[in-house]
Design a protein around this ligand. Structure first.
Ligand SMILES: NCc1[nH]cc(CCC(=O)O)c1CC(=O)O
Ligand SMILES: [Mg+2]
Length: 371
């Protein structure tokens, strides 16, 4: 039934005394007949009007629950050994950077308040192998990149990914035998990779492989080599997702056979993320990651309520690509859609947001100012 407007009567309605008003009931106005108040205005009697807290920009800012700042972002950078920048067609606006250009990119983001970077290497095919031994080469591209950033920006936080896939000739996150991914053999390699990166100056190592027990093993390996201050950002709830395709284009790391479902989580499972979170926390993780981001806000929220460790959302390559594609078609307002997405990650419980939009979003936040 549509509500009918009632014409105001000729004479003003008699004043209503407070004592005559019914007991407070915030829902009372719903469906109540329209009347006219002492001001002569149409009035649906109701005391609670949530719109009052939205009535001006200043009011909205005063009551805002969630504020995203550039310090919350982790900016991922793809690097390669070449001296040029290479566009990644499925990730418009992202490139494989030369090491020199990587520094320029850090500097640009730094000016907008971004302090944290994570590195992903595109490795040449002739350096790839089943055991991925290149991953702990002290002269490999990642250790060199880490020292370059730390030298230029000593106050930055440099994160490095721990996983074999960029260095694996099979495109898997572990050592392969008879078509299976070996858990404990892989952990041996991951520990060497973590120590190598810590030695190069990495502030945070981020295992993204999903082998069981690798957080504890990496913690012990770091500690026994004296790297007790190197943090671990564990990819705790990493799902076997269809949204990683553009990242695998960027690294040329598509799995050579099969899929990653025997180690990454089933997207159908939420409670399983709590099992993983309890293990990672017990094994010494400093921060927990949920990946992908937007389709997994419920998982972020559940981890936030179940643990007291900082939570990071990974806004992955496929999420980035689909936003860019809609923007290119003129179907989305990029700035509004991106900033809304970032705010929603934090509202859901993410303290940290790893996103390919980090530099751009930080710039927009700086332009808005006053956050
Ligand atoms: N260790 C692999 C890794 N680390 C980050 C991503 C994907 C990130 C993205 O899509 O942005 C992947 C891909 C995969 O698991 O196959
Ligand atoms: Mg685990």
């Amino acid at each position: 039934q549509p509500m009918r407007m009632v014409a105001a009567p000729e004479r003003a309605a008699p004043a209503v005394r407070a004592s005559e008003l019914p007991a407070y009931n915030p829902l009372e106005g719903a469906g109540a007949p329209l009347t006219v108040n002492n001001g002569g205005n149409v009035w649906v009697p109701q005391r609670a009007r949530p719109r009052r807290n939205r009535k001006s920009d200043a009011m909205r800012r005063m009551v805002r629950e969630t504020i995203v700042t550039p310090a919350n972002f982790i900016y991922p950078l793809f690097i390669h050994e070449e001296s040029y920048q290479q566009e990644i067609p499925s990730m418009p606006g992202c490139q494989r950077h030369s090491l020199e250009h990587m520094l320029k990119e850090c500097e640009d983001a730094w000016r907008f308040g971004v302090r944290t970077f994570v590195l992903f290497p595109k490795v040449a095919d002739n350096l790839k192998s089943n055991y991925a031994d290149e991953c702990y080469n002290p002269n490999g591209i990642v250790p060199r990149a880490v020292s370059m950033i730390k030298e230029r920006f000593p106050d930055s936080i440099v994160c490095t990914d721990i996983a074999l896939d960029p260095y694996s000739d099979q495109g898997h996150d572990g050592v392969v035998k008879d078509g299976k991914i070996l858990n404990d053999e892989t952990i041996m390699q991951l520990c060497k990779q973590a120590v190598c990166q810590a030695r190069a100056g990495s502030d945070v190592v981020a295992p993204s492989d999903m082998m069981d027990g690798r957080v504890g093993a990496i913690r012990d390996a770091l500690d026994s080599e004296g790297f007790t201050d190197t943090s671990i950002l564990a990819y705790t709830a990493k799902y076997a997702s269809a949204f990683y395709g553009p990242f695998r284009d960027a690294l040329d790391s598509h799995p050579g056979f099969g899929d990653k479902k025997t180690y990454q989580q089933d997207p159908a499972n939420g409670r399983e993320a709590l099992v993983e979170a309890a293990l990672d926390a017990a094994e010494g993780a400093d921060m927990l990651m949920v990946k992908p981001g937007m389709p997994y806000l419920d998982v972020i929220h559940r981890l936030k309520t179940e643990t007291n460790l900082p939570i990071s959302a990974y806004h992955v390559s496929g999420e980035y690509a689909m936003m860019k594609a809609a923007v290119e078609r003129g179907w989305l307002d990029e700035r509004a859609a991106v900033l809304e997405t970032m705010t929603c990650f934090k509202r859901a419980g993410a303290d940290i947001i790893l996103t390919y939009y980090a530099k751009q979003a930080a710039q927009w936040l700086c332009e808005d100012g006053l956050f």
